[in-house]
Design a protein around this ligand. Structure first.
Ligand code: PLP
Length: 396
């Protein structure tokens, strides 16, 4: 006998992983450059040189300090460095005590949900959303409620959202820049969301925490600014990760911020420490805690992603595909030329073009195209996207 829920999660692989594995097999058959794999969100630009420099320098430090345990929440000096950096960027007044180091955004979110949840609690997110939210919320014995997408601009459908709020709402999970739409929630959206949540908290006599999932915070284009949500809504808990901004997804490093201003801030931080303990997420990798502390002010060079975004966005829209112009992250959320996006994805697969149906992200009729690939892959894929579109046009 075993835990059936865990068995389910472990035995079913995600559509994204399946497509990615399929792509690897196809490459062996048709050749490396004949598979146009837009399935996965693995950063395609290398980590900045400063990361390597920091690591080489750190490796000269005494092994006991470098490879030993840090306190469960992370090295206090590292947390202070991060707090100072966030304060400089966003005008906040955090200290090391507001930070808890984690093994990436996945751990940050699962820790927060575990830390907050009581029986019967609900979390609301906005479609399209990162599918793992369901796993993290359900395993904390809470319910994930999904606000349908506003496909006009992929901001928030406030009318639909307001109907889903209730005294059971423990938290809202917001991901901006968004995977998979590439949209940055505007300042106007954040302001409206903050006002609505403040009003509802008062009405219900509860605390509603706004959990921001921010692995793409620095990956924005055209001078776009991502509003720092704690400056708009005091019950914000931040989940950050270096997986994308420093291209370090395999190193598993990120953090949680619990501001003092949040309701029961100190207690929430203690519960975060408790959840970290319960889930076995204590003491994030010390070498990488120290490495990111050395790189806090290293800018994220998004020029390669921007080039890809422009090439793919203009290329696809010129061919008649529809999508909103992404302002951040490295995904394009493209309207399927037929209502069933799974059928479109299957058809594209026949041309060795791998795109993920939006159904996995709670939004039917769209596919996600990850453009963290080489520029050449996009150049080679566009004529193939043209052939696929032609097939649809001939059918009509
Ligand atoms: N949240 C979103 C929206 C993501 O896209 C990802 C990874 O792709 C994660 C969380 C998990 O990130 P991490 O690698 O930091 O755990």
């Amino acid at each position: 006998m075993l835990n059936e829920q865990m068995y389910e999660y472990g035995s079913k692989s995600s559509v994204i992983r399946e497509l990615f594995a399929y792509g690897l097999e196809r490459r062996k058959i048709v050749g490396e450059d004949k598979v146009y794999d837009f399935s996965i969100g693995n950063p395609s630009i290398p980590a900045p040189a400063e990361v390597k420099e920091a690591l080489l320098e750190l490796l000269e430090e005494p092994a006991e300090a470098l490879h030993g345990y840090s306190p469960a929440a992370g090295d206090p000096e590292v947390r202070k460095t991060l707090a100072d950096s966030v304060n400089r960027k966003f005008g906040t007044r955090y200290t090391a005590d507001n930070f808890y180091m984690t093994v990436g955004a996945a751990a940050s979110l699962s820790i927060i949900v575990k830390a907050l949840t009581r029986p019967g609690d609900e979390y609301i997110t906005f479609a399209p959303f990162f599918p793992e939210y369901a796993v993290w919320v359900e395993t904390a014995d809470a319910k994930l409620v999904v606000t349908p997408a506003d496909t006009a601009d992929f901001q928030i459908d406030f009318e639909a959202f307001e109907k889903l709020l209730s005294p059971k709402t423990k938290g809202i999970i917001l991901n901006s820049p968004n995977n998979p739409s590439g949209v940055v929630y505007s300042e106007e959206t954040i302001q409206r969301l903050s006002e609505l949540l403040a009003k509802k908290q008062k009405e219900y006599g509860t605390s509603i925490y706004l959990i921001t999932d921010e692995p793409y915070r620095e990956i924005v284009y055209d001078g776009m600014e991502v509003p720092f949500v704690p400056n708009y809504y005091k019950n914000t808990l931040v989940c950050y990760s270096y997986s994308k901004s420093l291209s370090l997804p395999g190193e598993r490093i990120g953090y949680i911020i619990v501001p003092d201003e949040a309701d029961d801030g100190k207690k929430v931080m203690a519960a975060v420490a408790g959840a970290g303990r319960a889930l076995g997420y204590v003491c994030a990798p010390v070498l990488f805690q120290k490495a990111i502390a050395c790189c806090v002010d290293v800018p994220c060079d998004v020029s390669a992603y921007k080039k890809n975004r422009d090439l793919l966005y203009h290329g696809l829209t010129d061919l008649g595909y529809e999508c909103v112009r992404p302002q951040g992250a490295f995904y394009l959320f493209v309207k399927s030329p037929e209502p069933d996006a799974k059928a479109f994805s299957e058809r594209a697969k026949k041309y060795d073009v791998l795109v993920v149906p939006g159904d996995s992200f709670g939004c039917t009729g769209y596919v996600r195209v990850s453009y963290c690939v080489s520029e050449q892959t996009i150049k080679d894929a566009l004529p193939v996207f043209a052939e696929i579109m032609k097939e649809y046009q001939e059918q009509r």
